[in-house]
Design a binder for this molecule. Structure first.
Ligand code: AMP
Length: 218
């Protein structure tokens, strides 16, 4: 049986990792694990983990590794050995990358590729300012400033759209700062291992998708 692809989508908040993951998971038939979606799910359910995560998420900070790593690795390792996965939002610091690598290597399943979607800061700010998420299926949508957001529904499932608390301007500023200081060192980690591919994510979704597919050799 062919081994499924093990992929990390990497990039700043607003780079389009979730959007590209959705397009890819249908194409590749692999699981999509989004750390942010998982925490938002817990937040919505009011679980203990959700309440703990909320204090960090709303400030735009990373949730501590003691909380994050086990829950994400459990998800990854629950995927059958021959199935692939797309990780989106994890790893977000060198320690997470290191622990993920060690855990995967215990079952001889290393990452095949890490795709870095690079987007300029003005474009990130524009996207995050108009980002609406479906409450039911988590699909991201962009609604321009001239459009009536209250009249829109999710184009995937018809669910209600909302703006994330951490897409408010002060949290966005913090999230970009955290990305630049804590997360970008992970790029060097994967570059050294020869699995990193950089693509430009400033373009429209379908053009970025073509670059992602080319990076995967499809
Ligand atoms: P995201 O939806 O990926 O932008 O994640 C939203 C928020 O969830 C982040 O700003 C962090 O507070 C938290 N989060 C998501 N993934 C991680 C991670 N790998 N490590 C720590 N915190 C995370």
């Amino acid at each position: 049986m062919a081994q499924g692809l093990r992929l990390v989508l990497f990039g700043p908040p607003g780079a389009g990792k979730g959007t590209q993951a959705q397009l890819l998971r249908e194409h590749l038939n692999v699981a999509h694990i989004s750390s942010g979606d998982l925490f938002r799910h817990h937040l919505g359910q009011g679980t203990e983990l959700g309440l703990r995560a909320k204090e960090y998420m709303n400030k735009g900070e990373l949730i501590p590794d003691e909380v994050t790593i086990d829950i994400i690795l459990d998800k990854v390792m629950s995927i059958p050995n021959y199935d692939g996965f797309i990780l989106d939002g994890f790893p977000r610091n060198p320690n997470q990358a290191d622990v993920l690598e060690k855990k995967l290597s215990t079952e001889s399943r290393n990452l095949d590729k890490v795709i870095h979607i690079d987007v300029s800061e003005p474009e990130l700010l524009r996207r995050l300012g108009g980002r609406y998420i479906c409450r039911a299926c988590q699909s991201p949508h962009f609604i321009g400033s001239g459009e009536d957001a209250s009249a829109k529904k999710c184009d995937q499932c018809g669910g209600e759209l909302y703006q994330r608390d951490d897409d408010a301007p002060t949290a966005v500023k913090k999230r970009i700062e955290v990305y630049n200081t804590e997360t970008t060192p992970v790029l060097g980690f994967y570059r050294e291992r020869g699995v990193l591919v950089d693509i430009s994510g400033d373009n429209p979704v379908d053009e970025v998708n073509k670059l992602v597919m080319a990076a995967l050799g499809s």
